[in-house]
Design a protein around this ligand. Structure first.
Ligand code: ADP
Length: 386
């Protein structure tokens, strides 16, 4: 066992109090850290595990000033903050990990793409609009990329909100009109063979650790299931790792990042986007890795050495449990059935039940001989029906 010596950082402020912050709870306890959470509702999951809570929206700068007064360092579970508003706080000495420059970069999908390009990482073909352009300019950009293409609002997109696949010119202008000519990114539609993701952490000392590459599968643009490790041809996983390492080195980031990529049919890896925090694709690490992504985030931001990232089993499957168009009682009945599955660990975030909302997830640690796709299908048959 590693000796944990007394450290200066005792209280970690967390902006956002959803399930990602909630899952920091056991790790904080293990490391002897206290969590102070800024989140809008007292029903948000992380309120249950926080030593104290500041009830305010994540972009409320005055609330973050109070958070800073109670914390030794501030980290994020939600990136939709007011970066500019927080600059003064950073100048006065509040430590944000990752730094506000990283958050500012990921807040706009255009800036992300330009950054990837600048550091030599592979993007899909893309272009962008600021919002004042004419429909003719939109059409010219789209023609250069080619149909089908993907239109994404540059800010505040998540779980596919703000992302539309566009088949032709008519749909193009109709979609931009529907978005009130918001700033958007246009990118080629990538007919991927798989979507891959990887978590990477970097400490204040510059130590970098990388988790295994996983395959993520989305249904209607929302993550439905994750397979760890991804079954990919030689060289793909090492390229993913290379991308992950380059990203955190170039960003000089302290904390943890989720990197989402497309694997094309000719085995090219293109970056989709990054999230400078724990990520749905890393939930499996709670049960299937030596150090969970949540413990790793806390280790990184509290100056502790990072932990080992290897799988502690041959393979694992994670299935997201989204809200169903069914009664509450039906959700709880299904949870009881899922709990009986051998090798399963169930996480239920205790959020108000709404169709389509991420309410929980289940992880199964598997032997080498198991077929992860069959296991996921069996779980989903119970939760979502055949
Ligand atoms: P969000 O920021 O809302 O999570 P993403 O950019 O990750 O949006 O898109 C959500 C999903 O939409 C992706 O996981 C992928 O399945 C699909 N998608 C996004 N961009 C493309 C693209 N260029 N080509 C093909 N599919 C895409």
């Amino acid at each position: 066992m590693e000796q944990v010596t007394p450290r200066a950082i005792q209280r970690v402020g967390v902006i956002g109090g959803g399930q990602l912050a909630w899952m920091l709870g056991p790790a904080a306890q293990k490391l002897g850290l206290e969590l102070v959470v800024q989140t809008p509702q007292n029903t948000d999951p992380a309120v249950a595990i926080a030593q104290s809570t500041i009830l305010a929206p994540v972009a409320d700068v005055a609330a973050t000033t109070s958070l800073a007064a109670q914390s030794d360092v501030i980290t994020f579970e939600n990136e939709f903050i007011d970066c500019e508003g927080l600059q003064a706080l950073a100048q006065q000495g509040t430590v944000f990990r990752p730094g506000l420059d990283v958050l500012a970069l990921v807040l706009d999908k255009r800036h992300q793409r330009e950054f990837f390009e600048r550091i030599g990482l592979p993007n899909p073909r893309y272009d962008f609009l600021d919002g004042h352009e004419s429909n003719a300019e939109l059409a010219a950009q789209a023609e250069a990329i080619g149909f089908p293409l993907v239109m994404k609002t540059r800010r505040l997109g998540y779980d596919g909100y703000g992302t539309s696949v566009i088949k032709d010119a008519a749909q193009l202008s109709a979609t931009w009109d529907r978005l009130d000519h918001a700033p958007v990114l246009l990118e080629e539609f990538v007919p991927f063979q798989q979507e891959l993701a990887i978590m990477v952490a970097r400490s204040t000392r510059g130590e970098v650790v990388v988790y295994p590459t996983v395959e993520t599968q989305q249904v209607e643009q929302i993550c439905r299931r994750v397979f760890a490790p991804a079954r990919v041809r030689d060289g793909v996983a090492s390229r993913m790792e290379g991308i992950a390492r380059t990203l955190v080195e170039e960003l000089q980031l302290v904390g943890i990042v989720g990197v989402e990529c497309f694997l094309t049919s000719d085995d090219r890896v293109l970056i989709n986007e990054i999230a400078p925090r724990t990520h749905n694709s890393g939930h499996y690490t709670l049960d299937a890795c030596t150090t969970s992504q949540f413990e790793q985030q806390l280790r990184a931001v509290s100056d502790r050495p990072l932990g080992p990232t290897a799988l502690n089993c041959s393979q694992a499957v994670m299935v997201n449990l989204l809200g169903l168009d069914e009664s509450e009682a039906s959700h709880y009945q299904k949870l009881e059935t899922l709990k009986q599955r051998p090798g399963a660990t169930l996480y239920w975030y205790n959020k108000a039940i709404r169709p389509g909302r991420k309410l929980g997830h289940i992880t199964l640690r598997l032997d080498a001989g198991a077929e992860p796709r069959d296991v996921a299908a069996a779980i989903e048959a119970i939760w979502y029906g055949a």
